[in-house]
Design a protein around this ligand. Structure first.
Ligand code: ADP
Ligand code: MG
Length: 254
């Protein structure tokens, strides 16, 4: 992974929220690179700034300082509308813990939505949706509504919707947070498929060490800073090392 191309470069991001009496330093000089085709986990406890980081990379929120580069270039005015929306449409696919599907639309309509917003040609759209539903294993459910599906199936719809416009970067915020262990494992294998078959670049944030073992690399995040890093080896030692580093990080901080 070290030899592959840098797709996204996050440089010196800082973000402070005014939280009533005192300020909250949600991000504190955060810098890292995401490589093409990399599955990167950002792991930290609740409140460590993970969602803030993803929201800024996805131009849903604005940093106080720092820049983002995509393939070496800073997207122009990426934190100001209408550029922010355009940046998201062209570059980012989001996956959230709460799926965020439209309940009155069928599975295939939910998945087609980003293409509809882009004004894509109908035939081309149908072909892409069919292919994507096959990829995530939802072909038999294409005319169902989200309420008729299990949590894991709903997350598969959200993943298909995120992938449908072939964005260079997928951002996943606690994507298994509402799923049981076995369903989480299935979804994490789907992420690995996305990497292997589509060469998809992914950043997933999580508080769960098990989720992080599926990544190529784990950034340990604490109080809005990256404090450690680990390259997964894809064997049973990953879980132990990640747990140890995570616990060590919490002990040194208090
Ligand atoms: N819009 C906001 N206004 C004020 N404080 C916020 C806002 N969003 C996040 N925070 C604070 O910033 C810190 C980081 O939050 P967040 O990025 O959501 O953490 P995580 O996703 O790791 O749980 C927390 O202390 C949180 O309360
Ligand atoms: Mg969060």
């Amino acid at each position: 992974m070290k030899n592959s191309q840098v797709l996204l470069s996050v440089q010196h991001l800082s973000k402070t929220y005014q939280g009533g009496e005192h300020e909250v330093h949600a991000l504190n000089d955060v810098s890292f690179d995401l490589h093409q085709g990399e599955l990167l986990a950002v792991m930290g406890t609740s409140g460590s700034g993970k969602s803030t980081l993803l929201n800024i990379i996805g131009a849903l929120d604005k940093p106080d300082a720092g820049i983002i580069k995509l393939k070496g270039k800073t997207p122009e005015n990426m934190f100001t509308e209408p550029n922010a929306t355009q940046y998201r449409r062209d570059h980012i696919g989001f996956i959230f813990q709460q799926f965020h599907l439209l309940k009155d639309l069928s599975v295939e309509e939910n998945v087609a939505l980003p293409l509809i917003l882009k004004g894509e040609d109908l035939d081309e759209m149908e072909e892409k949706v069919t292919e994507m539903l096959e990829f995530v294993g939802l072909t038999p459910w294409k005319t169902h509504r989200p309420v008729q599906l299990s949590g894991g199936q709903q997350q598969r719809v959200a993943i298909a919707r995120a992938l449908i416009s072939s964005p260079p970067i997928i951002l996943a915020d606690e994507l298994t947070g509402n799923l049981d262990f076995n369903t989480s494992t299935d979804i994490l294998h789907l992420l690995m498929d996305m990497k292997a078959k589509l060469h998809q670049s992914i950043i997933m944030v999580t508080h769960d060490p098990y989720v992080a073992t599926f990544a190529d690399r784990v950034l340990f995040f604490h109080d809005g800073r990256i404090v450690d890093e680990y390259f997964c080896t894809r064997d049973e030692t990953d879980m132990d090392v990640i747990l140890n580093k995570f616990q060590g990080m919490l002990e040194t901080s208090s």
